[in-house]
Design a protein around this ligand. Structure first.
Ligand SMILES: Nc1nc2c(c(=O)[nH]1)N[C@H]1C(S)=C(S)[C@@H](COP(=O)(O)OP(=O)(O)OC[C@H]3O[C@@H](n4cnc5c(=O)[nH]c(N)nc54)[C@H](O)[C@@H]3O)O[C@H]1N2
Ligand SMILES: Nc1nc2c(c(=O)[nH]1)N[C@H]1C(S)=C(S)[C@@H](COP(=O)(O)OP(=O)(O)OC[C@H]3O[C@@H](n4cnc5c(=O)[nH]c(N)nc54)[C@H](O)[C@@H]3O)O[C@H]1N2
Ligand SMILES: [Mo]
Length: 763
């Protein structure tokens, strides 16, 4: 069988981590030509005086550990601190039309941007421009737009709290709440779902809780690749004998076995630690039904226990004192049949019973989840079922227990905390008025999907992006690209060139900025910024590398430059003063948001400080003041998604990428090398279509809107251990087949992990 497989597809049995990870780090450093300097850079990641690793938002043990890095953190750091440069000579040589034909990998691999650039339509080239002229051009163009609500201001989650705060201040002073942001494509289901359940859209656990839990449930996340420092935590839990119960359609290597690169014994003996004690290969999109199945079983077990004279397995005291809605939940579950649960989840009744048994036997349970849960048309409902399941046994607001959404970008959570939101609440509006003396707009703005819809329809005329690669990250690439090319103004504040920058508008400007690892010196001296991790710990980050070009400005400085050029003296905001010393930005953050009291003092503590998370102390900022079992009746069946005959596509990150940034073409743990044009499918699903492993196939979305076909062609089918009906491919290559209107109606999160498709032999 194996020798028939196409080039680059092979079985690979190494555990996650281990020597494979160390070898990969060395290779990455070499490729980015930073061998000597790179090594010292890595040593400063996540150190008290160092920078926050831009890799992920998993917390560090008090940010004080002696050496806490990982393979993919090393890749992120090496990618940023590369010796390669995309300078004016490069842009002189390559027209935008020529660059369009490059791969996403090659575009970014050209290296760091060095000069502010403006697009010249006559030469089809980006050409250098002075900062002052760039700012005045952006200001003039923004002021030309008749209504501020016709401009979109995107944020990607790497921006620091200081940058994000200044950005939202500028945009609100300009006059809109149009804040599409990467979080809208990521954990928006958490941000929308959890406030109704527990009063805040954030996780409730701390890193210490993992030392005290009695079971860990994991739904739809792949920590070996995306939160590798979490592997240390999972490994320690496993070694302590804590059951780890995984729900994932794919058997992800790191969730099976992990060798810690920092552990001399595992390294020397080539041994590893098993991670999952139970592994359930759920059908794509089956989580809603599986969670309901688990809860149904908890109620059944409770009744059985009571009948035997026991006290039941529900946490009755917690439920009575702290919650509302338990009866509605019980009634709904009683009327939901096991038969339907089994059919829609793709898991047997026995499997769900076994997982539920582990759940009820553990005193304290943490439930972790990622994109497999949120990027679904039922994403918000999924998140609320997770909260329900935990609340049944009082697993929130107690030591060793809680809900743990795995955030994406390293500061995506912080950006939301300091005001990047299309729906500002009273705290924000009143806080801004207190601190800056003006009334910010209250009209709800656009999220990512709405912003794109406004751009496609021609209603919005300008797009400003604080980082990211919006056109490639969102669904329906072709439609989005057409829309963006018709804009009057496109501004990108970025570290590296990407495809979104090539979608040129009437006026297109690229403004190069410092990254996390770069030394940032302002009038008052070297500056630190702050970020918030997945567990709401805010801490400082300070870069130390000499910037890739003397012309680069920090993100706060770029934003202040645009703000001054656009707003002049409007509202008397002291843009220059804040940029001269970031302590002044932090003072203003504190003035707007009382939870940041003593910000400048507390951020100087070793390891930073944790923001108040009320449900961690069983305080519920919901409408009723109680935690709430949010009931979504039935199984919310979708005729396409839940039909066992339909193929459903999920889109994944490979081990060699950071979102749209493709570091390399390997996906070691999944056995894919040197290519990304693959479609993972169950062997029987292939056979049913007359296909076999290695065949070239076309993938087409089953359309909801007549007249458009969305396909990728000539991809390689890989027979893979996946449930029937479940298909996987890589993000962002597969975004071309995802319809824009395929999203969770409650949160606007695109359903990147549940797209009905057809697969056929390549035509
Ligand atoms: N190295 C690296 N680190 C990253 C990133 C990166 O791209 N590279 N991205 C960052 C960002 S922005 C984010 S949001 C996070 C993302 O981190 P993850 O949430 O881990 O992201 P994904 O790779 O999208 O995959 C999620 C997992 O969900 C599973 N899955 C797919 N469909 C379903 C389903 O229907 N149900 C269930 N239960 N599981 C499913 C997949 O098999 C996969 O294991 O990582 C962050 N960290
Ligand atoms: N099909 C599918 N689509 C998805 C997903 C999926 O799982 N499947 N995941 C979604 C998720 S979870 C997310 S978060 C989004 C990500 O969407 P984005 O955040 O928009 O995308 P990134 O690829 O992270 O952005 C990379 C670019 O950011 C810029 N950059 C890097 N570092 C910095 C910096 O320090 N400052 C500035 N200003 N710019 C910087 C560089 O120019 C780089 O090219 O994609 C979403 N799209
Ligand atoms: Mo994300």
């Amino acid at each position: 069988m194996l020798d028939k497989r196409p080039k680059g597809i092979r079985a690979d049995k190494e555990p996650a981590g281990g020597w494979g990870a160390l070898k990969a780090v060395v290779r990455t450093l070499k490729r980015q030509q930073i061998v000597g300097q790179g090594a010292t850079t890595l040593l400063k990641a996540n150190q008290p005086e160092g920078f926050d690793c831009p890799g992920c938002a998993w917390p560090d043990p008090k940010h004080t550990s002696s050496f806490e890095f990982c393979e993919n953190g090393a890749k992120a750091i090496a990618w940023e601190s590369t010796a390669k440069r995309a300078d004016p000579g490069f842009f002189q040589e390559n027209s935008v039309a020529a660059l369009w034909t490059w791969t996403d990998h090659d575009l970014e691999n050209q290296g760091r941007l060095t000069h502010p650039l403006i697009y010249n339509h006559d030469t089809d080239r980006y050409e250098p421009i002075e900062w002052s002229e760039a700012f005045s051009t952006v200001g003039a163009e923004l002021n030309r737009i008749p209504d501020p609500n016709q401009a979109e201001f995107y944020t990607s989650g790497r921006a620091s709290n200081e940058a994000a705060f200044l950005y939202q201040l500028f945009v609100r002073a300009y006059g809109t709440n149009n804040f599409p942001d990467c979080s809208n494509m990521c954990h928006e289901a958490t941000s929308v779902g959890l406030p109704k359940s527990i009063g805040i859209g954030k996780g409730t656990v701390t890193l210490e809780d993992f030392d005290r839990c009695d079971a860990i449930f994991s739904f739809g996340h792949n920590p070996g690749t995306n939160h590798p420092r979490m592997m240390t935590t999972l490994r320690n839990a496993s070694r302590r004998g804590v059951p780890i119960v995984v729900f994932n359609p794919l058997r992800e290597r790191a969730l099976e076995r992990f060798a810690a690169p920092q552990n001399p014994i595992e390294m020397a003996t080539f041994s590893s630690t098993p991670i999952a004690s139970q592994y359930y290969q759920i059908r794509i999109g089956g989580d809603f039904s599986a969670l309901k199945g688990l809860m149904k079983r908890v109620f059944e077990r409770d009744a059985e226990d009571l009948a035997r004279g026991g006290g039941g397995v529900l946490d009755r005291q917690f439920i009575a004192e702290h919650t509302l809605g338990i009866d509605e939940l019980r009634i709904d579950l009683e009327s939901t049949s096991w038969e339907d649960i089994v059919r829609c989840s793709g898991l047997s009744k026995e499997a769900l019973f076994r997982a539920a048994e582990t759940y009820v036997r553990a005193k304290s349970v943490i439930l972790c989840y990622g994109m497999g849960v949120t990027q679904q048309s039922r994403g918000t409902l999924n998140v609320q079922q997770i909260a329900n399941l935990l609340m049944l046994r009082g697993n929130i607001g107690r030591e060793g227990a809680g809900i743990c959404p795995l955030r994406g970008h390293s500061n995506v959570q912080g950006d939301r905390t300091v005001g990047i939101t299309e729906a500002p609440d009273k705290t924000l509006i009143e806080g801004l008025e207190r601190a800056f003396g003006f009334r910010a707009p209250t009209l709800k703005g656009h999220n990512a999907i709405q912003a794109i819809q406004a751009i496609i329809s021609g209603k919005s005329r300008a797009l400003v992006c604080l980082g990211g690669n919006l056109a490639v990250a969102i669904s329906d690439f072709e439609l989005v690209a057409d829309g963006m090319r018709k804009l009057d103004l496109a501004v990108h504040i970025a570290t590296k060139l990407n495809r979104s920058h090539l979608l040129t508008a009437k006026t297109s400007i690229v403004l190069p900025c410092l990254g996390r690892t770069d030394l940032d010196i302002q009038a008052s001296g070297p500056q630190s910024v702050t970020v918030e991790d997945s567990m709401s710990v805010v801490h400082a980050s300070r870069g130390f590398l000499p910037p890739p070009s003397p012309l680069l400005k920090s993100e706060p400085a770029v934003i202040a430059g645009i703000a001054k050029a656009t707003l002049g003296a409007k509202y008397g905001i002291d843009w220059g003063g804040m940029v001269a010393n970031y302590d002044r930005i932090r003072d203003k953050i504190e003035e707007v948001f009382p939870i940041f009291s003593d910000f400048n003092k507390r951020v100087r503590f070793k390891g930073g400080f944790r923001l108040d998370i009320p449900p961690s102390n069983r305080k519920w900022n919901t409408a009723s003041g109680k935690a709430t079992f949010v009931v979504a009746s039935g199984l919310r069946e979708d005729p396409l998604l839940d039909d066992p005959g339909t193929l459903v596509l999920t889109t994944l990150r490979s081990h060699d990428q950071y979102n749209t940034t493709v570091y390399g073409l390997d996906d070691r743990y999944r056995g894919v090398f040197g290519r990304r044009d693959v479609v993972f499918m169950n062997r029987d699903d292939l056979a049913e279509r007359g296909l076999s492993d290695g065949d070239r196939v076309d993938v087409t979305s089953i359309n909801e809107d007549v007249g458009r076909t969305r396909s990728v062609r000539g991809f390689i089918a890989v027979a893979y251990d996946l449930p029937r009906g479940s298909v996987a491919g890589y993000y962002p290559e597969m975004n071309a087949v995802i319809p824009l209107n395929h999203f969770d109606r409650l949160s606007g999160t695109p359903a990147f992990k549940g797209i009905p498709i057809a697969v056929a032999a390549a035509g």
